[in-house]
Design a binder for this molecule. Structure first.
Ligand SMILES: Nc1nc2[nH]cnc2c(=O)[nH]1
Length: 463
């Protein structure tokens, strides 16, 4: 007879609470029981009513050699969900952040992305990127590829092989007046036909994958697309019930461009083309009006908050606390390479810092009472929520929480490196886990991540 569980993991987890305003939830030395499909189907507490079952399951799975027991110096965190990555831009990560968005796109980014017609080049960059993201604890990734159909499929295949859950879009840029000749779809028809072929290929890859691979409708942003492409992409999204991603009100320039072209906001324009749905994830959104936020909420659309990138290109701090209060779905994104880091940890930190600067204001020459925007700060556990459960809710997938019926996507943190643990100073009482959580968020380095699991499979092992 088949075992009930494929594997049992014994260890201590830190995961977010039910609500974004709750503190993190700590489960000390629990048994996480994982099905063959990679789903957490049972979590057993060593104390209380489950005590006897705990001992029985522990004994049984130890004997079967199917129990993995973490040490007291290891902690399980949910894997991170990165809701905004430009995969080709990994090749220029950490460079070229010296000029505004429009110039950056034309001077550095479009020339780089145009090279992804070359399959060998694309393979090298995409393999390095996916490996690095996984080792950074990113278990689900929402990617923009490039305009090239075949290497966009290649990115999905690489994710599938490496075991990362991925949502991938072939980028559409068809407006001859807005995109350089060397890097644009050759016509609107071709952009749409390539997108439809790409969707079918990804649906086929996804149907065979263990962890999930999904196609995404990807108009780069309104400035790069014709009205016809935008409306046909909206129709394709509806026909196949697909995810949609784009940029929305990212900078003064982009926000104003759409206002000038349509006399309505970016949010309203995306909506008018059928591109704002409960499967839409829009990057940045730093310049949304209150009405735009209400429309996001009404449609169930999500914001991918990219605080590092926004510090360079956003011209403003995205008011995340206000979006939370308006019950808009929000997750975090690295925005490689508008953000210089491929780590969601760095974006958790920056989201807290940016929100504090928004609240306090930045110009010392103004009086404190007019310097900032009151009630704008978010807490560290709210930022962690965005990186985990918030990402899962944005994608409507059962990911981002270490709870029953969620995928077992996790990162195992070694707290002995980089002085994360304070137990040698203060003892090992449970009350220190809240501090440990904060130190993991603020102080950990990539080498603190010793293992990464996606959909119940070990996909990264530092050893
Ligand atoms: N940050 C960012 N914004 C964009 N807007 C359109 N394209 C891009 C891009 O590649 N990065």
């Amino acid at each position: 007879m088949q075992d009930l569980y494929e594997i049992v993991i014994k260890g201590t987890s830190i995961s977010c609470g039910v609500d974004i305003n709750d503190n993190v939830k700590i489960k000390v030395d629990h048994l996480f029981c994982i099905s063959r499909q990679g789903i957490i189907i049972d979590i057993i507490d060593p104390i209380g009513v489950d005590q006897q079952r705990y001992q029985e399951v522990l004994k049984e799975y130890r004997e079967k050699g199917k129990c993995k027991e973490l040490s007291g110096d290891q902690v399980i965190l949910p894997g991170f969900i990165d809701l905004h990555i430009h995969a080709p831009q990994f090749a220029q990560l950490g460079t070229a952040l010296d000029i505004p968005l429009y110039d950056w796109l034309n001077k550095y980014t479009f020339p780089l992305e145009s090279k992804f017609s070359d399959e060998n080049f694309a393979r090298q960059v995409y393999q390095d990127l996916v490996s690095q993201l996984i080792s950074n604890g990113t278990t689900t990734a929402l990617y923009f590829a490039t305009i090239h159909k075949s290497t966009s499929c290649l990115l999905a295949e690489i994710c599938e092989k490496k075991g990362q859950r991925a949502l991938v879009g072939k980028v559409v840029m068809d407006d001859v007046n807005q995109n350089p000749e060397y890097y644009r779809d050759s016509s609107t028809d071709q952009a749409i036909n390539d997108t439809e072929e790409f969707i079918q290929k990804l649906l086929a890859i996804g149907s065979k994958s263990h962890q999930g691979i999904y196609p995404v409708i990807t108009p780069r942003f309104i400035p790069s697309c014709t009205d016809e492409a935008l409306s046909r992409l909206g129709q394709l999204a509806k026909k196949y019930n697909l995810y949609i991603q784009s940029h929305c009100s990212e900078s003064d320039w982009e926000h104003q461009f759409v206002l000038d072209r349509f006399k309505i906001s970016d949010t309203q324009a995306l909506d008018s083309f059928g591109l704002l749905s409960n499967k839409s994830i829009m990057a940045h959104c730093g310049h949304l009006s209150d009405g735009d936020m209400d429309l996001f909420h009404k449609r169930g659309a999500a914001v991918s908050h990219c605080p590092l990138s926004n510090s360079f290109f956003g011209n403003a701090v995205t008011p995340i606390r206000k979006l939370i209060e308006k019950q808009v779905n929000i997750g975090l994104g690295t925005d490689i390479s508008g953000g210089y880091s491929s780590s969601i940890y760095d974006n958790i930190k920056q989201s807290v810092i940016s929100s504090r600067m928004l609240e306090d204001g930045t110009n010392k020459d103004l009086l404190p009472n007019v310097r900032g925007v009151p009630n704008s700060r978010i807490t560290l556990s709210q930022a962690f929520y965005l990186a985990t459960a918030g990402g899962g809710e944005s994608l409507s997938l059962p990911i981002g929480r270490l709870e029953i019926n969620y995928a077992f996507d996790c990162q195992i943190i070694d707290t002995t490196l980089n002085y994360l643990s304070q137990s040698s100073y203060f003892g090992k009482e449970e009350s220190n886990y809240e501090n440990l959580f904060q130190r993991i968020m603020y102080l950990s380095k990539p080498n603190n991540i010793s293992e990464v699991w996606i959909q119940g499979k070990l996909v990264f092992n530092k050893k």
